[in-house]
Design a protein around this ligand. Structure first.
Ligand SMILES: [Zn+2]
Ligand SMILES: [Zn+2]
Length: 120
């Protein structure tokens, strides 16, 4: 199910408001996991544009959180090279399954935003 959603999102070009509404519906219907969203329903933006916000840090699920250092990971988004990195400012690591998934979503949203801009 996750694979299907990802493929649909990457092959069809959709503007931010359209994709935001689509993902809200898909999430409500249980077809899309919050972690796999390319848009953020809290901030109304592409996920890579607001992932640096404190709202995206969760010590419980370990999204953007280094358990060893008990601090939030810093985010580096490079729109030119389309890279996203999240690392702990103290130990330089801090990875977790949740953070890895968030990073993948950010890379996908970078690509989706670029595609939407080209199509506009
Ligand atoms: Zn957000
Ligand atoms: Zn750390």
């Amino acid at each position: 199910m996750t694979t299907t959603t990802c493929t649909a999102a990457s092959t069809r070009v959709r503007s931010l408001p359209v994709l935001l509404a689509t993902e809200d519906d898909a999430e409500d219907m249980g077809l899309l996991a919050p972690d796999d969203r390319l848009t953020c329903h809290v901030h109304g933006r592409w996920i890579h544009q607001c992932v640096a916000s404190p709202a995206h840090v969760s010590p419980v699920t370990r999204h953007r959180w280094c358990r060893g250092c008990r601090c939030e990971l810093s985010v580096a988004v490079d729109e030119l090279s389309q890279t996203v990195a999240m690392t702990c400012p103290r130990c330089g690591r801090g990875g977790s399954a949740a953070t890895a998934r968030l990073t993948v979503a950010c890379r996908a949203s970078l690509a989706a935003e670029r595609a939407a801009r080209r199509a506009a």
